[in-house]
Design a binder for this molecule. Sequence first.
Ligand code: GDP
Ligand code: IMO
Ligand code: MG
Length: 423
Amino acid sequence: MAVDLLLGLQWGDEGKGKIVDVLTSNYNIIARFQGGPNAGHTLVFNGMKHVLHTIPSGIFHDSAKNLVGNGVVIDPVIFKKELDKLEDQKVDYRKSLLISRKAHLILPTHRLLDAASETSKGKAKIGSTLKGIGPTYMDKTGRNGIRVGDLEMTNWKEKYRALANKHEAMIDFYDVNIQYQLKELEAEFFAAVDVLKSLTFIDSEEYIYQAQKSGQTILAEGAQGSLLDIDFGTYPFVTSSNTTAAGACTGLGVAPNQIGEVFGIFKAYTTRVGSGPFPTELFDEAGETMGRIGQEFGATTGRSRRCGWLDLVALKYACQINGVTQLMMMKADVLSGFKSLKVCTAYDYKGDIISHLPYNIEAENVTPIYSDFKGWKEDLTQMDDYGQLPKELNDYIDFLEKELEIPIKIVSVGPDRKQTIFR
Ligand code: GDP
Ligand code: IMO
Ligand code: MG
């Protein structure tokens, strides 16, 4: 069976967690392929809200295996906290949760390095979640990292010590004041590593290969969004992994010709958290309303998300790079009550009208060109059938489908699992 992918098409927080949870009943395996605890994936069902950071969003379904792939970076301390929360909810994860031996570990000193790097950048900071993501991927590509599989070796603590010592020297090198008690951080880290070691480590590429061969269905769950991709995002204001479809191949060991459906997920408007350009950002009441009604606060850091109109130039780019086959539009309910809506359909780029994403989308180069749409008044949150959607929303959807040339198969009208309309 082919491996289906689910990816965020904007700057993250599109609602990936919700939709993976909704789709899990169709799959035997849910596999995270990149990112780490910088992600915050929210699931809402039975009146409860759950936020997952590293653990795949299929974990609440007994029927599915949940794999943390080789492309993911794991902070044992945060991972343990996630497990504790699952235990509180009586989720029996021991049999269903699998971890790739090739996934890299985030050390306490990676987090400190992240903080030192950001502080040293001053105003030019990335707005990192400070979870150690950048430094950990740097050690991975620099061939210095410690992997989950190393924990099964007797000498891993020596490796750890050497790397942590090097990191301390690097922290000193940054001319910033980072206060820390490494002994305390390490005690917490080693205790969490022991918990991690009680879970099942696997050679995940072989596991996925055999699962595919035996006809099991697999959904790969992305983290972040395409515009945060290390290659194709708004560099340097990006994360440190490939968040796009290719990242699923390298982050799980799935061959490109084994990819099936590519589900692209986007909000009916746009949000971004952290620094970096955002052409359709709103600084007026409309943006404030989106943030308030949409409760746009980061699931990992609690920071306010910046809000703006839908950017079709950026969305088309993301669909193109990922080979999206089906779209899912989230948070349509948040736009109820807007008299009119805008969608950016082109950029004025240094005086030229363009419809592709240029190298630089900083505000001094790019002015969005908008089409206007009539808004709708109806509350969508109780609707469960496509036929109930207001005409104005259908017009909005029809326009997007025509422009993107990809069908919108799901319209989400609230955070709950049940507030999902299939088309
Ligand atoms: P992810 O990182 O892509 O999984 O998304 P997040 O969980 O970080 O952010 C999405 C937020 O929107 C969460 O608070 C969800 O509960 C919420 N959400 C998801 N879908 C909808 C929707 O259709 N309507 C509303 N109002 N909220 C939604
Ligand atoms: P999910 O999976 C939204 C952003 C950070 C920062 C930049 C780099 O929940 O959609 P990093 O910690 O990776 O060094 O931060 O990327 N960022 C996210 N924004 N959703 C996420 O994940 C994000 N993960 C990282 O805010 O701008
Ligand atoms: Mg999120």
